[in-house]
Design a protein around this ligand. Structure first.
Ligand code: ATP
Ligand code: ZN
Ligand code: MG
Length: 306
């Protein structure tokens, strides 16, 4: 098990040497091998085996969202340091010539790029709230969605479990406070049972999001005090600082208020989501059971390849 920084770099190097991850020259931006993707797909199926019976509406979006929706979501207030925006060239031929000059001279050519209507998705559920709001009040039983998206976060790192582009599967629940907190409690239990079946050490802990700045520290403390976020942690890079592989988030009426989402009786809807880090779980499996899936414990293989 990796326990210090020297060895931490070791795991990333091993993953690249083995071909499981493909280096692009950028920290946190990797290609993945067929075997890595096979494990991700098997885990994706396992999630559906646990959550599929709830009748969630499946929706898949490209890894980007409407910039206006992003602005209204409040993400820039809380996490400006993580956001990624899409810019594009809109100039004339003279501007093009200047751009090419700057590229060949090694100068900053991006200053002339103009923002587009698109930003990168920071968490799978962010695209969903305006969509649900537009449909009108959620019905008596509330609403439940099944999402998966690549997500972008500008947090380059040598830790292979902290990528800049990674996939997040999510179930997202809308409804009354009771409906939503029951959903989260169910998934806290289910998530532990599901991950325990994969034969890895894990524990649950209360957590906070990396809110920006001094005001952010208060938000983070409040999130912890109110136990709004839990994480299921598995050691990947280090034993002392295990990695959040699943997270269980209760947003109270935050998104309901932001987007004007109502329940049937006219109250502001509450929301919660459970997020599964697809690459992190795959990395945890390779870390704990080795790079050769043929030699993984039979019980784990039976769970993933039923
Ligand atoms: P961390 O505390 O490690 O930064 P997080 O609390 O920010 O993670 P969430 O915002 O709850 O993570 O995202 C949901 C899930 O997405 C996490 O439980 C994790 O499995 C995964 N995830 C988050 N950030 C990354 C990343 N940079 N690379 C890979 N997976 C990630
Ligand atoms: Zn979410
Ligand atoms: Mg994070």
């Amino acid at each position: 098990m990796c326990q210090n920084c020297q060895q931490q770099q070791g795991f990333l190097a091993e993953l690249i040497d083995s071909g499981l991850l493909i280096d692009t020259g950028i920290d946190g931006l990797y290609g993945r091998s067929g075997l890595f993707e096979e494990v991700v797909a098997r885990f994706d199926d396992l999630i559906t085996r646990y959550g599929g019976q709830d009748g969630a509406e499946v929706a898949r979006f490209p890894p980007a969202m409407n910039r206006k929706h992003f602005e209204r979501s409040g993400y820039l207030k809380s996490f400006p340091q993580l956001a990624g925006t899409v810019h594009a060239f809109e100039g004339d031929e003279r501007a093009h010539a200047e751009l090419l000059h700057n590229v060949s001279d090694g100068l900053d050519w991006t200053a002339g790029q103009k923002s587009t209507d698109i930003v990168l998705t920071p968490a799978a559920c962010y695209v969903l709230y305006p969509v649900v709001a537009k449909r009108g009040p959620v019905g008596k039983g509330g609403a439940l969605f099944d999402l998966q998206s690549y997500c972008f976060r500008h947090e380059p790192s040598k830790d292979p479990a902290r990528m800049q582009l990674f996939r997040m599967r999510e179930y997202v629940r809308f409804g009354t406070p009771d409906q939503v907190t029951e959903f989260r409690a169910t998934w806290l239990e289910r998530g532990q049972a599901m991950m325990a079946s994969l034969g890895m050490p894990l524990h649950i802990d209360v957590a906070n999001d990396p809110f920006f700045g001094r005001a952010g520290r208060m938000l983070a403390n409040n999130q912890r005090d109110q136990r709004l976020k839990f994480e299921l942690l598995i050691p990947i890079e280090s034993v002392e600082k295990p990695t959040a592989c699943l997270s269980f988030n209760y947003h109270q009426d935050h998104f309901g208020t932001t987007w004007g989402i109502k329940t049937e009786d006219g109250e502001t809807a509450h929301t919660a989501c459970v997020g599964f880090g697809m690459e992190r779980v795959a990395l945890a499996l390779f870390k704990h059971h080795g790079f050769d899936v043929q030699t993984w414990p039979a019980a784990v293989r039976d769970v993933l390849w039923p």
